[in-house]
Design a protein around this ligand. Structure first.
Ligand SMILES: [Zn+2]
Length: 135
């Protein structure tokens, strides 16, 4: 079935992130001056303001920093998904990502729960990243 929900629109800055996702790799910008990872994609390092960075593959691992269980989505497009978990994931590399926790009952999600990235190919161009409980 064709994916019928809103999709990200990559920009020149974020395109490498989405290219990585398509290959089922979670890439983040890593500052070549201080080594800090960052997300969302930014032109400058948030720690030291250096411009030089590389795209580095991450472990895809993290933990639930915060979450909510959605029963009334912002748009009807997501009505079939409720209840679902909208979460802030703290990656092992440091940055936080807004995502979903899937693969378990929403009531099983808890703060500090270890999670690992899971990719979902939405279209030929866009692969979405979600997180599921780590083994
Ligand atoms: Zn830096």
């Amino acid at each position: 079935m064709a994916y019928d929900k809103p999709l990200p629109r990559p920009t020149p800055l974020s395109q490498p992130f989405w290219d990585g996702a398509r290959e089922h790799k979670l890439l983040l910008q890593r500052c070549q001056s201080c080594g800090a990872y960052r997300f969302t994609p930014q032109a400058l390092c948030r720690e030291c303001y250096a411009e030089e960075y590389e795209w580095a593959e991450t472990s895809g691992r993290g933990k639930v920093y915060s979450y909510t269980i959605v029963y009334r989505p912002q748009t009807l497009t997501f009505m079939d998904d409720v209840p679902y978990v909208l979460a802030v994931i703290e990656l092992a590399e440091g940055p936080h990502m807004l995502s979903n926790v899937v693969g378990c009952a929403p009531s099983d999600v808890h703060i500090d729960m270890p999670v690992v990235v899971q990719f979902e190919d939405a279209t030929d161009e866009i692969t979405l990243y979600k997180f599921r409980p780590a083994e």
